[in-house]
Design a protein around this ligand. Structure first.
Ligand SMILES: Cc1ncc(COP(=O)(O)O)c(C=O)c1O
Length: 395
């Protein structure tokens, strides 16, 4: 093991923050079934309702009863898409509009509907990862059932204009969903300002526990349970309440809201420092993602002529944890669908690294990463048959 340990993979998941951990230790004793009518059941229920209000507040929902707890972002997204499946089967609106850069849990849910015979459009994005609004306007019409666009991208951090996307969808009578898993706790999120019908969030991205998330459902918006059973969550999501996860989520949400401005300033300054140092010390790099509409903590960089997995492993040896844009699927290294959608060629997409910073990132850590990188890239480029300059211009 390297003596240094620098975690820069906060978009993958975050550590449990001490305040949440402490509260959860006490919450381990909140064992009663929150649906039970006796006193300990009622006490557990009160804790859950407190957490619901805390989560609602984080997304600017005035009615906490519009927040439904799930097992995470994947389940929330699947719930929305399976609801659409049922609606599309019965109604005249059958078309789904989503984007080419969604998280696999949205992409694969949308593909499922497509395989079932419903029309699905995967909107292209521009070189910065923002959706093609002209194409979007053209796709809208009386047949559109749902528009689902992620609020912020997990790989490149690009932030979409959800308020405008929702406004146009509503003009056409379509329902609107946004996967805000990466946006919540990083940028202001408001279901009121955005005017969406559904919004997905996940607790483990905001320094809370894994296996807990939520789906905001506007009052009156149609919903079909994915998990049927008891009457928990107003019949929207059956299963005995995850007291521990929900209580942890509530606290994490409360703190994320209180610290949002401070967080943005902190990670934004460090992200810019890392970006500037990389640009100054390594030739022929490409910064991916939108220069302005981007998460404050995310820096995705292509190092042409160096292979992403090799960079990752060398950084790992130096104690630095990052992600590549590639998904290692069934033994083959597929380039990131997000980077390919922004127009990057496979060569550049393969040589990309995501640095995602967080509330515990320090200036010293940034400087350490910035110092470790140049010799690693130089070494890998020397071994490469492709020149960095050529790879950059080929894109
Ligand atoms: C944009 C986005 N959506 C959904 C998910 C899935 O969330 P969960 O891990 O809670 O299922 C993730 C997690 O990586 C994500 O980044």
């Amino acid at each position: 093991m390297a003596s240094k340990f620098v975690y820069m993979d906060y978009n993958a998941t975050t550590p449990l923050r001490p305040e949440v951990k402490d509260l959860m230790k006490d919450a381990l004793d909140v064992y009663a079934n929150a649906s039970s009518m006796h006193e300990s059941g009622r006490r557990a229920r009160a804790e859950i309702e407190k957490a619901r209000a805390q989560v609602a507040s984080l997304i600017d929902a005035s009615n906490p009863q519009t927040v439904f707890f799930t097992s995470g972002g994947s389940e929330s997204n699947n719930t929305v898409f399976m609801t659409m499946y049922h609606l599309a089967k019965k109604g005249t609106r059958k078309k789904i509009i989503t984007t080419a850069i969604e998280h696999p849990c949205v992409l694969n849910s949308a593909k499922y509907l497509q395989d079932e015979g419903f029309p699905v459009v995967f909107l292209p994005v521009d070189a910065d990862g923002r959706i093609d609004m002209e194409r979007y306007r053209k796709e809208l019409g009386p047949d559109v059932l749902l528009v689902s666009v992620m609020a912020a991208n997990n790989e490149i951090g690009t932030v979409e204009d959800i308020a405008e996307i929702a406004r146009l969808a509503k003009e056409n009578g379509a329902l609107v969903h946004t996967d805000a898993t990466q946006a919540v706790g990083k940028i202001p999120v408001s279901v009121k300002a955005w005017n969406v019908d559904y919004l997905t969030m996940s607790c483990h991205k905001i320094y809370g526990p894994k296996g807990i998330g939520a789906l905001y459902i506007r009052q009156g918006a149609p919903i079909e349970p994915l998990i049927r059973g008891g009457h928990q969550e107003a019949g929207v999501r059956a299963g005995t309440y995850n007291n521990l996860g929900i209580i942890g989520f509530g606290k994490a949400a409360e703190l994320a809201k209180a610290e949002l401005d401070e967080y943005r300033e902190h990670v934004g300054a460090l992200r810019n420092r890392l970006r500037d140092k990389i640009k100054a010390s390594i030739p022929h790099v490409r910064i991916n993602g939108h220069p302005e509409f981007v998460l404050p903590n995310t820096l995705n960089v292509s190092f042409p002529g160096a292979e992403g997995e090799s960079i990752l492993l060398y950084l790992d040896l130096a104690g630095i944890q990052v992600s590549t844009g590639s998904a290692c699927a069934s033994g083959s290294l597929d380039p990131s669908h997000v980077l390919l959608a922004t127009g990057l060629g496979p060569e550049l997409a393969h040589g990309s690294i995501r640095f995602s910073l967080g509330k515990y990132t320090t200036e010293e850590e940034v400087d350490y990463v910035a110092a470790q990188l140049p010799p690693i890239i130089e070494r890998l480029r020397k071994m490469s048959t492709v020149s960095a300059e050529d790879a950059l211009t080929q894109h």
